[in-house]
Design a protein around this ligand. Structure first.
Ligand code: S3P
Length: 431
């Protein structure tokens, strides 16, 4: 599908965005592992999270929808049965990697695969720790790529030092550790998002987080989980497209209400603030270990900044939209330490470099980042999303600042995380 986004003069409003993708996936998986009924409000009904529900149901766990709630009828690990067919994780890296950890802790065989993009994404990062814990793991090219095949059960805990900052890998190890013998510990130099640890604690797991000057260690002892209700806040990674659009438009005023503000996710707010927008947090409160609040942005003439390696984990999914902010901002923005972007739903460094260049932005791709020389008029033109939801949304926001508009081929990719993105975008633009 194609969609053309043309320029606007004003952005304003007070909106909500769909539920957090990371928390939605985890609410289904932890609910399925727990004993009892987990009621989930604010669940993100997008293609990725529906892939998780489909796979969990295929392993015998009942998940039903009742009005606005999703209800998981967990029976502990005894509620899972060997899937009769391949588990299709669609486009979702979180589904395949977290489910691999979950399945590794159970005593059966499962094959997991996904769409073309997912089948090109690295799986060795979960294969190594899960095999070290005692799981049998295989896949295409010696376990590098999906389809992957797993046979779990009888795992033992490990001490694992993360090679990359990845919440998906960390979570896979922790989910496997729930049903392993002995303690599992994971050390990370740079903290990745910690929703799994926070949610495991609220589901009653024996989990401990130790922060030190050189990094963070998460220790988990085998635990039976007890169902708790989950209120999923709005996804800051979805809000980011609207917040950035408003930030880059002088005088724009926009509030996104009820957004998750976990410090491991709010790097985008620091970036917009440093670029010169006015960022304000209102009505912050704590809900089941997660900070939630409203974010109000007043737009400005943005200026270029340097984004450093250590900042990347807290804004990993926001690099495409930050690149758009940088294209509008005056001066040279340099982003480094972002080589993980090469193995997301698309190679986001290459794609942002090629698609921004197509619409007239001066951009250079680095092995681990981007240099964007912003502040020149953005002409517009035709771009491709490469079936990547965040590229489609980033280029749509770019269209708002272009002279001739931007036509996005593959705009329907937004359904992966934000099905009504274009309607919401129209609403804040007064269209
Ligand atoms: C996610 C972790 C991140 C992120 C992805 C969701 C999660 O991936 O990019 O969109 O829910 O754990 P990595 O852990 O691979 O960096």
């Amino acid at each position: 599908m194609k969609k053309k986004i043309t320029s606007v003069k004003e952005i304003s409003g007070c909106i909500t965005v769909p539920g957090d993708k990371s928390i939605s996936h985890r609410s289904i998986m932890l609910g399925a592992l727990a004993e009892g009924r987990t009621e989930i409000s604010g669940f993100l009904e997008s293609a990725d999270c529906l892939s998780t529900i489909r796979c969990i149901r295929a392993m015998g766990v009942q998940v039903e929808k009742n009005g606005d709630l999703y209800i998981v009828h967990g029976k502990g690990i005894g509620g899972f049965k060997e899937p009769a067919d391949i588990l299709d994780c669609g486009n979702s890296g979180t589904t395949i990697r977290l489910l691999s950890g979950l399945v590794a802790g159970l005593g059966f065989h499962a094959v997991l695969t996904g769409d073309h993009s997912l089948r090109t994404r690295p799986m060795t990062r979960i294969k190594n720790p899960l095999m070290e814990m005692g799981a049998k793991f295989d896949g295409r090219e010696n376990g590098k790529f999906a389809p992957i095949s797993l046979r779990g059960g009888f795992l033992h805990g490990i001490d694992y030092r993360m090679q990359i900052a990845s919440a998906q890998v960390k979570s896979a190890i922790l989910l496997a550790g729930l049903n392993a013998s002995g303690e599992t510990s994971v050390f990370e130099l740079l903290s990745s998002r910690d929703h799994t640890e926070r949610m495991l604690a609220s589901f009653g797991a024996d989990v401990e987080v130790q922060k030190a000057a050189d990094g963070t260690t998460i220790k988990l002892r085998p635990s039976a989980l007890k169902a708790v209700n989950v209120e999923v806040p709005g996804d800051i990674s979805s809000a980011a497209f609207f917040l950035t659009a408003a930030a880059a438009m002088p005088g724009a005023e926009l509030t996104v209400k009820n957004v998750g503000l976990n410090p491991a996710r709010t790097g985008i707010l620091d970036v917009l603030d440093r670029m010169g927008a006015n960022v304000e947090i209102l009505n912050a409160s704590l809900n089941a270990g997660e900070i939630v609040g409203d974010v109000k942005i007043i737009g400005n003439h943005l200026k270029a900044i340097q984004i450093y390696d250590y900042e990347i984990p807290a804004l990993i999914d926001e690099v495409p939209i930050i690149a758009v902010a940088a294209a509008v901002a005056e001066g040279e923005t340099v982003i480094t330490g972002a080589s993980e972007l090469k193995v997301k739903e698309s190679d986001r460094l290459a794609v942002m470099a090629s698609e921004l260049a197509k619409v007239g932005v001066d951009v250079e791709e680095l092995p681990d980042g981007l240099i964007i020389r912003g502040g020149r008029p953005i002409k517009g033109g035709k771009v491709n999303s490469f079936s990547d939801h965040r590229i489609a949304m980033a280029m749509a926001v770019c269209g708002l600042f272009s002279k001739e508009g931007i036509e996005i081929e593959g705009s329907d990719a937004v359904a992966i995380s934000f099905p009504d993105f274009f309607e919401k975008l129209d609403s804040v633009c007064g269209r």
